[in-house]
Design a binder for this molecule. Structure first.
Ligand SMILES: Nc1ncnc2c1ncn2[C@@H]1O[C@H](COP(=O)(O)OP(=O)(O)OP(=O)(O)O)[C@@H](O)[C@H]1O
Length: 286
């Protein structure tokens, strides 16, 4: 398999080299390399327990790797001062699995948490910014006053997204953002990510098990297998990778359904105006 040409250094917003993570005797990553380029949406896939979340945590500094190097926005995270690390953190928004909102704070207060942490702004200004982010995340204005427990699952994801974009990040990290959403909610969330990428110029690191998300919004897909990134490339190249897990994942019934839905969607875009589009397809949630 030919490796894709390396991106110029100035384009790489995340560079992971020789990453090793180990918990006791369990080696999760060994010699893992990954580049993420400015402005792309990269889907990170792999079997359960392959180390996707640990990789995310290693990149954002929540997990200290046993070996290797991680550069984020040009900063060597393993050797950065606290000040440099905080400066990078400010430029990264994270949507954790299940949202991880503070249950005792309203949505607006949750969105203001990173603002309070990193800036010294008047309350009224923070409230205006929070309302803007809540709207950008596709929530109605009255959602700001609600507690997370008063929201539907889809709204919790959007509230967590509003918090993740609170500081206008350069890089958005999403850990299974469409898990638990119904197919229509998941498709809407995918479109929201695309819209935000365009409007905010984001780079997106996206962990997902959702094949439709991969086909709909990802520029490249990185497959975690055998403790490393087996391949990180466009979907058509990844689909042709002859690894057993990749074949089972992409050529199984759900993979084929997602691929066909994506082909139907592409065909709709060249359909002459005035003709009826085919209904959108989305593999049923597992
Ligand atoms: N803090 C920790 N201490 C010990 N083991 C850990 C820790 N964090 C993760 N692990 C282990 O590392 C492995 C990889 O975990 P990780 O959560 O990254 O998997 P994943 O690929 O995200 O899985 P899933 O798709 O199920 O969410 C798992 O075996 C997990 O139990």
């Amino acid at each position: 398999m030919n490796a894709p040409a390396p991106a110029p250094a100035s384009d790489r917003v995340i560079e992971v080299r020789g990453l090793r993570n180990q918990f006791g005797a369990q080696v999760v990553h060994d010699g893992l390399d990954l580049d993420i380029r400015r402005g792309e949406i990269v889907g990170v896939v792999g079997g359960s327990g392959s180390g996707k979340s640990v990789l995310l945590r290693s990149i954002i500094g929540l997990n200290r790797p046993a070996a290797g190097s991680v550069r984020v926005l040009g900063t060597d995270m393993m050797n950065a001062s606290d000040e440099q690390r905080v400066a990078v953190e400010r430029r990264c928004g994270v949507l954790f699995q299940n949202g991880a909102l503070f249950s005792s704070l309203s949505v607006a207060d949750n969105v203001m948490v990173p603002m309070r942490e990193h800036h010294d702004l008047p309350l009224a200004l923070m409230q205006r910014f929070a309302a803007l982010k809540i709207a950008l995340a596709g929530l109605p204005p009255d959602a700001g006053a609600k507690l997370p427990s008063q929201l539907s699952g889809g709204m919790v994801k959007r509230a967590a997204l509003a918090r993740a974009i609170a500081l206008d990040p350069d890089i958005l990290f999403l850990d299974e953002p469409t898990a638990g959403l119904d197919p229509i909610g998941a498709a809407a969330f995918d479109q929201l990510i695309l819209t935000l990428r365009e409007s905010l110029g984001l780079t997106v690191f996206l962990i997902t098990h959702d094949l439709d998300t991969l086909y709909t919004i990802c520029d490249r897909v990185a497959v975690l297998s055998q403790k490393r990134v087996l391949i990180a490339d466009t979907l058509d190249k990844v689909e042709r990778c002859d690894d057993a897990w990749v074949q089972e994942y992409f050529q199984g019934p759900r993979g084929r359904a997602a691929m066909q839905a994506s082909e139907r969607s592409a065909a709709q875009h060249v359909r002459p105006s005035g003709t009826e589009p085919a209904p959108p397809g989305r593999a049923a949630p597992g």
